[in-house]
Design a protein around this ligand. Structure first.
Ligand code: 4AD
Ligand code: MG
Length: 465
């Protein structure tokens, strides 16, 4: 007999004579003449109520169906007598597939998120994590949908790389060298030439540079894959392994890039509102009461745009005592970003034209700015509750200016020969951005810690599972 998912059963158009459900017991309540067993299979937030009559030959099985056990139920789908649900199942057959005893950790409701992180192998069976990971799955689909419908091609950029895309140096090394007895050069240094790739290699921090290669061939491309950063920042918004979506568009400037970012973020929110309604309602009820109103508000209004220089002025005039004072030329700290989006603009805001010295080497130098206040065509999209979810820029397409930028950041040209070639052969203005997938999920679900929107978090000091 073909399995019916709980979601299909709960959404059935009419009663069903016979169906097979397979799932896990959430709760059981025994009365004199029958038992109620709530079965959830993760296909949706809700479980289905199964009524097992004490006269059923299989009834002896029910005593073994504790919370967490896996079961197979044959039965009829009938109109539910209880409130809140349209359908219930009257069992004609009931089998315990795998037992769970009293040590099953998800017994009671109301575990803390910290505790659930320690049992990340079981937490997907809880309501919250079921909801979060269904939303994650749906949004991954919506990412592809957004770009594919607009004629973008999906490019798989490498995970192992020899180049530092962001020039920030926070990279994980990839090596097969025997770390106890590494080969050494005559001078005593590590002999990278004898490593697997014959050179120093790392896990990528971004697929952008390779993305640019494909944008200058296929015009509109995007990447969507894991990225790795060895920043030792133990915050609620940083993970050492996270997923990033990076579109890259040929013949596009910064304004076009900001338009694309805004349309993309709105598409993802709209899609989740439509296709994950029950899961988001749950998040709105148990995670963040302001969630649904905030998402709808964000959908309805255009995002604000603000030059970095103006943002600094706003912050300086705010009268606010920030932990870090703001001066032109400094990076905006998370407290500044959040002031701008949460208190000043009270909506998502794209800050653009940042000082050249604090941004990556590949960003396009803005013409016509005073030399002591030189800026690049960079943009960061800031949202309430999180701060930066997108970082992007127009890329420097002029060979001479790119070389100047590399010299400024002390990057050796020989390592980027192919990147420079893109400016030698048929160069075009182009732009792109990176959306942190987990930060987007935090925004959409209201979940406050990045460790709770990725199945298995990798953070400093932690790589269990
Ligand atoms: O601003 P970032 O560093 O930009 C880039 O990597 C560019 N190459 C993107 C591009 O233009 N193609 O990172 C982009 C986004 C950030 O805005 C943030 O959402 C996310 O990636 N991000 C992180 N998310 C989780 N944990 C971390 N450690 C993250 N670092 C960046
Ligand atoms: Mg950034």
């Amino acid at each position: 007999m073909k399995r019916t998912l709980v979601k299909e059963a709960l959404n059935a158009a009419g009663p069903m004579e016979s169906l097979l459900l397979q799932g896990w017991v959430r709760t059981r309540r025994d009365a004199k003449a029958f038992s109620f067993v709530e079965v959830n299979d993760g296909s949706c937030l809700k479980g289905v109520q199964v009524i097992v009559d004490a006269t059923l030959p299989d009834y002896a099985q029910v005593a073994r169906a504790h919370t967490g056990a896996s079961v197979a139920v044959r039965g009829r789908l009938v109109a539910s007598q209880g409130q809140g649900q349209k359908w219930a199942v009257v069992a004609t057959g009931f089998t315990v597939v795998g037992e769970a005893d009293g040590t099953y950790p998800l017994q009671k409701k109301g575990h803390t998120l910290e505790f659930l992180r320690e049992i990340a192998h079981l937490r997907p069976r809880s309501n919250l994590f079921g909801a979060v990971f269904r939303v994650r799955s749906r949004l991954a689909y919506a990412v592809h949908q957004f770009f594919q419908e607009r004629g973008f091609h999906y490019v798989h950029t490498p995970i192992i790389t020899a180049s530092d895309a962001e020039g920030a140096g926070d990279m994980f090394r990839v090596t097969t060298l025997d770390l106890e007895h590494p080969p050494r050069t005559p001078e005593g240094a590590l002999d990278h030439a004898r490593d697997f790739f014959g050179r120093k290699t790392f896990l990528t921090v971004s697929g952008q540079l390779e993305g640019e290669i494909f944008a200058t061939a296929l015009s509109n491309i995007y990447t969507f894959g894991p990225t790795f950063r060895a920043e030792n920042s133990n915050t609620s918004r940083h993970a050492a392994e996270f997923w990033m979506i990076e579109p890259e568009v040929a013949f596009c400037d910064l304004a076009g890039d900001m338009d694309l970012a805004e349309a993309f973020v709105k598409h993802l929110i709209r899609d989740a509102r439509e296709h994950c309604a029950a899961d988001l309602e749950f998040c709105g009820k148990f995670v963040d009461p302001g969630l649904l109103a905030r998402l709808d508000f964000v959908l309805e209004r255009p995002f604000q745009r603000c030059r970095y220089t103006d943002a600094v002025e706003i912050l300086q005039r705010s009268g606010r005592k920030f932990e870090h004072a703001v001066a032109w030329g400094d990076n905006l700290q998370s407290e500044h970003e959040r002031y701008l989006t949460e208190e000043h603009f009270r909506c998502p805001v794209t800050v653009y034209n940042y000082p050249r010295a604090i941004k990556a080497f590949y960003m396009r130098k803005n013409d016509g700015e005073a030399p002591d206040r030189q800026t690049v065509a960079a943009m960061d999209l800031l949202v309430p509750g999180i701060g930066e979810i997108i970082g992007g820029s127009q890329r420097e397409e002029r060979l001479a200016e790119l070389r100047e930028g590399m010299a400024l950041h002390h990057l050796p040209e020989k390592d980027y020969w192919w990147y420079l070639d893109l400016r030698r052969y048929g160069t075009v203005p182009h732009a792109g951005f990176g959306l942190g997938f987990e930060r987007m999920l935090m925004f959409v679900t209201g979940v406050a810690n990045i460790r709770d929107v990725i199945p298995f978090a990798r953070t400093p000091g932690s790589a269990e599972f």
